[in-house]
Design a protein around this ligand. Structure first.
Ligand SMILES: [Cu+2]
Length: 130
């Protein structure tokens, strides 16, 4: 794969053709390349998504959210006072989110995360990252 990318950049046509032939040989002989192609395919079919959690009336809505790794979660504070989005084990922590402001978290690590607002202990939510 790397060889193919390089030769399209800077070689003459004949060089390119010779190198391309060699690269194709590598493609068919190497099982590593085949598995690499597979993982690339799954990446394009799983485009990262964006999810929104509204913070309003002292609640996270939806209270429970499930996303996939790489997805983005945006908490929007609709209350007229600040809140935080803080994982119980501090895996993530927005710190203060001001009224009408938002905080974005890209979920990189899979797991189940209980979170809350450090300013209002009754506010609880869960984020599951698959
Ligand atoms: Cu709060």
């Amino acid at each position: 794969m790397i060889a193919v990318a390089t030769i399209t950049g800077r070689c003459s046509n004949t060089q390119r053709r010779a190198l391309l032939a060699r690269a194709i040989g590598v493609l068919f002989s190497g099982s590593l390349v085949v598995s690499g192609a597979g993982s690339r395919m799954s990446q394009t079919s799983e485009t990262p998504q964006t999810y929104y959690v509204t913070i309003e009336a002292m609640r996270f809505t939806p209270q429970a959210l499930t996303v996939r790794r790489g997805d983005r979660v945006i908490w929007i504070n609709k209350d007229p006072f600040p809140h935080t989005t803080t994982a119980d084990r501090r895996t993530f922590d927005s710190r203060s989110i001001e009224p009408n402001a938002s905080w974005t978290y890209v979920a990189r690590k899979s797991g189940d995360y209980d979170y809350g607002c450090t300013l209002h202990p009754t506010m609880k939510g869960t984020l599951a990252v698959q």
